[in-house]
Design a protein. Structure first.
Length: 145
């Protein structure tokens, strides 16, 4: 089964995607992550959108660190209002990471104060008791660090 989430984030904003359950027997894995500017044809923008397993504090980082265990993916949207420069998008997700707690999506526009749309597809995975316990403990330990 696939669950989808989408949203529009302002500059220096964060969305919480609620996924946690009481027993933690449902796991998730990101299979798709896409971004596009809120006003893609008439706004100069350099946006970084990141997905995290823990809530982030403002101002949000726009420097991806692939060694950070809380980090699940990044999307980059770059556009200019000049028609001679086409918009570019780059997305990296770590699709092997399994989680069963809430995730957080952050956005920062380095060039201006633009908005950014995001779209996320999550694969839903049923966990047995041992897997649910392991994933929940791993997520809780990550959140406390």
């Amino acid at each position: 089964m696939i669950k989808t989430f989408r949203g529009l984030l302002g500059d220096n904003a964060q969305d919480r995607i609620r996924l946690s359950t009481i027993k933690g027997k449902v796991g998730y894995r990101i299979i798709k992550f896409e971004v596009i500017g809120g006003n893609p044809t008439s706004h100069t923008q350099e946006s970084v959108c990141m997905i995290w397993t823990t809530e982030q504090t403002a101002p949000y980082s726009y420097t991806p660190d692939f060694s950070d265990s809380d980090f699940l993916g990044v999307g980059l949207w770059m556009a200019t209002d000049a028609t001679s420069y086409p918009a570019t998008t780059k997305v990296v997700i770590f699709d092997r990471v399994l989680f069963n707690q809430d995730i957080y999506v952050t956005h920062q526009d380095i060039a201006d104060t633009g908005t950014l749309n995001y779209y996320i597809e999550l694969e839903v995975i049923t966990l047995n008791d041992a897997s649910a316990e392991y994933t929940t403990i791993k997520d809780i330990r990550t959140q406390k660090q």
